[in-house]
Design a binder for this molecule. Sequence first.
Ligand SMILES: [Zn+2]
Ligand SMILES: [Zn+2]
Length: 371
Amino acid sequence: MSQRAKAVVARERGKPVVVEQIDIEAPRHGEVTIRLAACGVCHSDLSATNGTIPYPLPLVLGHEGAGVVVAVGDGVGRHAIGDHVVSSFVSMCGRCHYCQTGRPQLCVQSLQALYTLPDGTVRTHDAAGLPLNVFCGCGVMAEFATLHSDNVVKIDKEMPLDRAALIACGVMTGVGAAVNTARVQAGSVCVVFGCGGVGLNAIQGCAIAGAAMIVAVDTSGLKLDLAKKFGATHTFNVTGQENVGKALYKLTGGGADYAFDCVGLGKISEQAWGVLRRGGTAVIVGIAGPLDQISLNAQQVAVSEKTLTGSYYGSARPSQDFPRLIGLYRRGRLKLDELIARTYSIDEAPQAFADLTEGREGRGVIIFDAL
Ligand SMILES: [Zn+2]
Ligand SMILES: [Zn+2]
């Protein structure tokens, strides 16, 4: 039986999102339907509305959701009705080379579920009966969503669902970049470029790992103030700075062990590389535009023994890492409450995107009636 639900849809590139009534089909083999409690509004959702992420429209947005399983298709062993779950925007097929070598963030099946479910079809249709694509196989910025069970992780029922939703993207991506990808060492010096949702979490990932110095870099004083709450020991406002590299080199006392580009711009990745001491590691976390390039001095790459690496989804192993992050939150070591800057009803979604476009600090979260 299909389910009517309000959903946030990107209809036209560069235009505001619209909230509309859609139909959600019942789960097929291997799928579950969840009733959403909360969904974060992420910069990647915005990128899908303006074409930076060129997914075909119309598209149901949302990839940072948490809710309760209300229907289960055939062949689903891992999930049952009533389970509390968090969405994962990578699939975890369990069978491909990457899943079998402990790197499900690179799962091959995810490439088949960029804007549909993994089988290439969707369970979402608009009022006229026309199919609607779903962001990263999720489309959880809706009252209900049918996902493949490989995109869903069960969590403890004690965990508040609005906090749990944040783990699905921003927290996993940022904390994971520091803890999983870079494996930040205790006592190290870290520089984090960009203090949006992901950057704040990269900062708290460095703090969790025991970094001695964490420099937050941004153009917004408000974002830098927030960065201090997440563990930044120093802040650096690049506005009006003529030589950012030189100033940061001085501030860090000879360069950083780890630097993170949480913006996703070739120029900033180069700055992250430039601020490293010899032997350091630069991590590109933000997703740059498709034509953006990085230029490095080849000789310096060899003699400096620096490492440049990407971090996709914080090198997440969602089924292990989501419960692990929830454990850190419970023990007071991971800040989630402080991340939620504003909450919205689903009808207020256009305002949530307007606030994100303006670059307001902290995370906006849509809270559904189910919570
Ligand atoms: Zn996201
Ligand atoms: Zn796989």
